[in-house]
Ligand binder design. Structure first.
Ligand code: G4P
Length: 540
């Protein structure tokens, strides 16, 4: 590892200086949280455009194909000819290295989508301005909140008719308790969106469209007097809106942003590129760089200590063409160099990082170095499990990655009773790897119930049970509207009703599953003394 220096080296962002503290400080590692169709893919592509990573954006129109593809980004990769991993996209912007972590949505939504957030230092919440907070955004937001991740908000699709932005601010605050602090404010109503006022200095940036949004939008700084003359009522309404925000004190506040209590908010349109530069600049200027991580004993490991990181996602055996097992590692301290032999903290065994990759998909390429904030894909890493810590030098173990509240439950039956041992072993292995969670339903004589965040996890479990463990299973899937953590006294008091199911994991975790949210609310109203706690994360 090279020595740390006080001064930042000059030159292009892509030049690796070897200086851990400098390299960490110029990294921004974040994820986009949004409901499907709010504009995550479009905004991602526009980030690449503004960062100069692609010359022209757009015409990503093959929606049919995109929906069917395993990852939105793999489609981007094929269309743009750029290398995108299905886990992290790395690009340079303003002398900074940006790591954008993928949070798979649509049919790829799974516990991995949540786990990825444990590797991020911040999140950008993209909302469709016509729709506001939607269910998937809400779920992802809860996971961010559980980790106190700072969140920037982007109100997207202002180019078309939508809701009053002030009403959207109220909705964000009321529904999720996050205080939005608009940094930019729209001039022009949704559908007739002209530009934004940057509330930090009062400047008005007026945009003009580029053809199909394929290149950057035109930007013109318009002095207030001219804006008043040219934009008339739209300008006056925007100024009034800003005055109202000043009055209620909805101003940028970094401390509450870092604490996950307030959210700097930007308005724009990913389609026409209006406001894209502002939000990308905010990732550099406002989002925090990688911070020292706490280890299991509550001690902070400084960024400049020798290499360490944790595995937050494992991708196993899914592609029959490469029978790989890739472990994705978030670097927390020090410098990672390909080829180094590190230690796996759970076993104390050495692990050789000969096959390290930052990119995969059509075009997998190896990486040589990585710094805090970066993501490394370790190939042929079948012994590495989710939550494993790897380190060099001073030993460290990071806290386990929690599991997340399941929403889908499948009662499973072993189809071949002669394969009982393999059936048990397979379920144990898949649970250990974090592919699914396993519970028992005491009413079903210990029959296993698999818990998952998304359908994909159950499909993977079914496939691997049949193909890898040669123990085919039958699954009966049930979805519940509400899942609550409960305890034995509450279980014995709950009515024996078909709308409630109790499942357990070991002695310590009991979940009550409700077919109807309304039914749960009624019971809670009538019996406030019962333990029925909402959950986001569960101990693994
Ligand atoms: P996702 O990854 O969050 O699922 O969303 P994606 O970017 O794929 O965008 C979903 C749709 O919304 C796309 O439309 C996209 O063009 C559109 N979109 C994204 N950002 C904006 C915006 O700022 N303004 C407007 N007007 N549209 C935006 P599509 O599926 O190609 O066509 P359609 O659904 O409009 O027919």
């Amino acid at each position: 590892m090279s020595e740390t220096s006080e001064t930042a080296p000059t030159g292009e962002a892509s030049i690796d200086t070897g200086d851990v503290s400098y390299e960490a400080n110029r990294r921004r590692t974040f994820a986009i949280i949004s409901h499907p169709d709010a504009g995550k893919t479009t905004l991602t592509e526009k980030f690449l455009l503004y960062a100069g990573a692609v010359g022209e954006a757009g015409a990503v129109k093959a929606r049919e194909g995109r929906r069917r593809s395993r990852s939105d980004w793999m489609e981007l990769e094929q269309q743009r000819g750029i290398s995108v991993t299905s886990t992290a996209l790395k690009f340079d912007y303003r002398d900074h290295v940006i790591n954008l972590l993928d949070t798979p949505g649509h049919r790829d939504f799974s516990e991995d989508t949540y786990r990825v957030l444990t590797a991020a230092d911040a999140a950008v919440m993209v909302l469709d301005a016509a729709k506001g907070i939607e269910p998937q955004t809400l779920k992802l937001f809860e996971v961010c909140r559980a980790q106190q991740l700072p969140i920037l908000t982007f109100l997207n699709k202002f180019d078309r008719p939508g809701r009053d932005p002030l009403e959207l601010l109220d909705e964000i605050e009321d529904q999720i308790g996050l205080r939005p602090t608009p940094v930019t404010w729209p001039v022009g109503i949704p559908g007739s969106f002209k530009g934004v006022i940057d509330r930090r200095d009062g400047s008005f940036v007026r945009y003009s469209r580029s053809v199909r949004g394929a290149t950057e939008a035109g930007e013109e700084i318009v002095p207030p007097k001219i804006a008043e003359l040219e934009e008339g009522e739209d300008w006056r309404a925007a100024i009034e809106g800003c005055a109202l925000l000043d009055e209620v004190g909805a101003n940028l506040d970094l401390d509450s942003f870092y604490a996950g209590e307030s959210s700097p908010l930007f308005v724009g349109s990913a389609l026409t590129n209006f406001g894209v530069r502002h939000i990308l600049d905010a990732i550099v200027d406002l989002a925090p760089p990688p911070h020292p991580h706490l280890d299991v004993s509550g001690k902070l490991r400084a960024i400049t200590t020798s290499f360490s990181g944790f595995v937050f996602k494992v991708q196993a055996n899914m592609n029959p063409a490469h029978r790989d097992h890739i472990a994705f590692l978030r670097v927390c301290s020090g410098r990672f160099e390909r080829g180094i032999t590190v230690v796996a903290s759970s076993t104390g065994k050495p692990f050789t990082t000969k096959y390290a990759t930052s990119l995969f998909g059509a075009d997998r390429s190896t990486i040589d170095d990585a710094y805090p904030g970066d993501v490394v894909g370790l190939v042929n890493a079948s012994e590495l499990k989710i939550g494993e810590t790897l380190y060099l030098g001073e030993p460290v173990r990071y806290p386990p990655i929690p599991s997340f509240a399941p929403e889908l439950f499948a009662t499973v039956r072993n189809l071949d009773t002669s394969r009982h041992k393999q059936f048990r072993r397979g379920l144990e292995q898949l649970t250990y790897e974090g592919v699914i969670q396993t519970f028992v339903d005491p009413l079903l004589e210990g029959q296993p119930v698999l818990g998952a965040v998304g359908q994909l996890q159950l499909e993977v479990a079914e496939h691997r049970m049949a193909n890898e463990f040669k123990a085919p299973i039958e699954m009966r899937i049930s979805q519940y509207q509400a899942v609550r953590k409960t305890d034995a006294p509450t279980v014995s008091a709950l009515p024996r009703s078909s709308g409630i199911r109790i499942i357990e994991r070991g002695q310590e975790l009991i979940l009550a599953l409700f077919e109807s949210e309304y039914w749960l609310q009624r019971l809670q109203r009538d019996h406030p003394e019962w333990t029925l706690e909402p959950i986001v994360t569960l101990d693994r």
